[in-house]
Design a protein around this ligand. Structure first.
Ligand code: NAD
Length: 255
């Protein structure tokens, strides 16, 4: 079994869904976790859950931080270093969906927000964490992209462009820092049972144009299935895997 004994992970968007599952799985494998989220209650709940079952005392700290806000990102990373002295693994997970609207129908402010959170936010956290990984001479970054990072029919144009950007950022970081002992990979989740669509209003015309979301009937993935793949990429078992863009979609992208 993979262990993360004495390793420290920073997980963004860890208050819900895939990020929550990653944080819990990382702690269960022996690691300590900085639970970042925009929503303070969600972040606190995940940390409480981890700490409630940690055999050797608290293994998680909750931090409220909007990854789209550079100052908040700096504070998030500072808390990680102040609390645990190091960061070994960054899971860039926080993200939001768009309305699936057709390109001509997307309000520019929606475009800006989706790009700001999903792409610029991922960049800002990566940029803030990299100096710590470089100083250690090792580290692993796992980006939670999406099927929409490699295809045009999986979401609206804003989300699709943002996740293609995350795929590009993943390859760029992997290539730039391969010789520094830092690996950067991405998973591409298929449709997963989380809270991401809560309160969302979808554009009917846009949604109707999108390709069928699932290759496996109407089966949705569980967040824990995404966490398994993300933890593998973060672990020493993937020590020579760098710049990989890994679909975790039950076969959807193979069709
Ligand atoms: P979720 O909504 O259940 O969880 C996302 C968490 O991120 C929430 O707790 C939310 O508060 C937090 N968050 C949102 N904006 C933030 C910000 N600006 N700063 C910090 N935290 C923020 O969603 P999820 O499905 O678990 O999504 C996690 C990642 O997985 C996202 O990047 C998403 O694009 C990706 N993804 C999800 C699916 C799916 O079907 N659920 C499919 C492909 C990719």
């Amino acid at each position: 079994m993979t262990t993360f004994d004495d390793r420290v992970a920073l997980v963004t968007g860890a208050g819900s869904g895939i990020g929550r599952a990653i944080a819990i799985a990382f702690a269960a494998a022996g690691g300590r976790v900085v639970v970042g989220d925009l929503d303070p209650e969600r972040a606190a709940q995940t940390a409480k859950e981890i700490n409630g079952s940690a055999p050797d005392g608290p293994a998680a700290v909750a931090v409220t931080a909007d990854i789209a806000d550079e100052a908040a990102v700096a504070a998030l990373v500072r808390t990680a270093i102040d609390t645990y002295g190091r960061i070994d693994v960054l899971f860039n997970n926080a993200g939001i969906i768009d309305t699936m609207a057709l390109p001509a129908e997307i309000p520019p402010e929606l475009w800006e927000r989706v790009l700001r959170v999903n792409l610029t936010g991922t960049f800002l956290v990566t940029r803030a964490v990299l100096p710590h990984l470089l100083r250690q001479g090792r580290g692993s970054i796992v980006n939670i992209a999406s099927e929409a990072g490699i295809r045009g029919g999986a979401a609206g144009a804003a989300y699709t462009a943002s996740k293609h950007g995350v795929v590009g950022l993943t390859k760029s970081v992997a290539w730039a820092h391969a010789k520094d002992g830092i690996r950067c990979n991405a998973i591409l989740p298929g449709a997963t049972l989380t809270n991401i669509a809560d309160g969302a209003t979808f554009d009917q015309a846009g949604a109707a144009r999108l390709s069928p979301v699932l290759a496996l009937g109407d089966q949705l993935a569980q967040p824990e299935q995404m966490a398994d793949a993300a933890l593998f990429l973060a672990s020493d078992a993937a020590s020579f895997v760098n710049g990989a863009i890994v679909p975790v979609d039950g076969g959807w992208s193979a069709g």
